[in-house]
Design a binder for this molecule. Structure first.
Ligand code: HEC
Ligand SMILES: [Cu+2]
Length: 311
């Protein structure tokens, strides 16, 4: 495949290649059929040829016409479903995925591993293991693009975007920004280094002892006054955050939403957007009072509480 397209290096890339080649073969076959008919008919019915030019043969009946139209309709519906089926599953990461935080800014990609290891314009990952990316932008819209993984996800400021991949071979692959984001857009490039799991473990443990995200978050949780309301001992009526991440939350307006990264982030920045059922909307907004990094740490801390059971 490498002459015509980048490496095929992820599970998603394999599935997309099958669809791409399938569509290419189908279109090629139809093109060839039409072309042959055009050439065949032009020769057969050229001016002066003795070919019969009477009424249509009885073969082309109404039933034939209907059958042929519905067959093509079903074909197109199938093609639609085939293409969409990938889109649907492509964005739901498996539960056992390892987590990587990605921050895009003019003009670099910063990546952050769960143990606190940080990288710039680089991402080391193990082969054969699903990797979940939680992506944010600090300034303008960027787009995380890894051609060899057939993975492209826009990163819009103010939102958390999830994507995931599972690399199928070791090697070094291009990471590009696919959304024009200013002067040095074309230099906003990086590399994804896919390693055997043992090498990856060795690499990860050799990284400078990064400050554990969730540990930072725990400290911020106290410093920024969150614990004043959310700690179990608090007198304020606020929900406990233990066991929150990954559950679904009933809201006061009757909706039920999953407590994912985006929900946690919104709860901190726009607490009035989703008010938990049974609570007063007294939580102040922390929008503009926390840096992107601090929000990340707080969210990591709340996620780390997921395993604790809710009192
Ligand atoms: C003045 C008290 C108060 C402070 C300070 C406060 N919160 Fe809250 N928080 C609440 C209340 C009350 C709710 C429930 C009502 C709502 O959803 O707005 C809540 C809801 C939440 C939720 C959603 C909980 C759920 O069960 O879905 C999260 C997450 C959260 N807060 C995180 C934080 C973080 C992080 C901080 C510190 C940066 C913080 N809160 C500071 C009172 C507070
Ligand atoms: Cu960019």
């Amino acid at each position: 495949m490498s002459y015509f397209s980048p490496d095929t290096a992820s599970t998603l890339a394999q599935r997309i290649d099958v669809i791409f080649l399938g569509l290419l073969a189908l279109s090629g076959a139809i093109l060839l059929l039409v072309f042959c008919l055009v050439v065949g008919f032009s020769i057969r019915y050229r001016r002066g040829s003795p070919a019969p030019r009477g009424p249509m043969p009885a073969l082309v009946s109404r039933e034939f016409e209907i059958g042929w139209t519905s067959a093509t309709l079903f074909l197109f519906v199938f093609l639609f479903w085939w293409g969409v089926s990938i889109e649907i599953t492509a964005f739901v990461p498996p539960n056992d995925a390892i987590d990587v935080q990605v921050v895009a800014k003019q003009w670099m990609w910063k990546t952050l591993h769960a143990n606190g290891a940080r990288e710039i314009n680089e991402l080391h990952v193990p082969v054969g293991v699903p990797v979940r990316l939680a992506m944010r932008s600090q300034d303008v819209i960027h787009s995380f693009f890894v051609p060899a993984f057939r993975l492209k996800q826009d990163v819009v400021p103010g939102q958390v975007h999830e994507a995931w991949f599972q690399a199928t071979k070791t090697g070094v692959f291009h990471l590009l920004c696919a959304e024009y984001c200013g002067t040095d857009h074309s230099r906003m490039r990086g590399r994804i280094v896919v390693m055997p799991p043992d090498d990856y473990a060795a690499w990860l443990s050799a990284q400078p002892e990064g400050d554990d995200l969730a540990k930072d978050g725990a400290q911020l949780f106290v410093e920024r006054g969150c614990s004043g309301c959310h700690a179990p001992s608090s007198r304020v009526h606020a929900p406990s955050l233990a066991g929150l991440y990954g559950r679904s939350v009933a809201l006061s307006d009757g909706r039920t939403v999953p407590a994912d990264e985006a929900y946690l982030r919104d709860s901190i920045l726009q607490p009035r957007k989703d008010v938990v059922a049974g609570y007063e909307p007294i939580m102040p907004s922390f929008s503009g009072r926390l840096s992107e990094g601090e929000i990340q740490s707080l969210v990591a801390y709340i996620r780390s509480l997921a395993k604790e059971s809710r009192p």
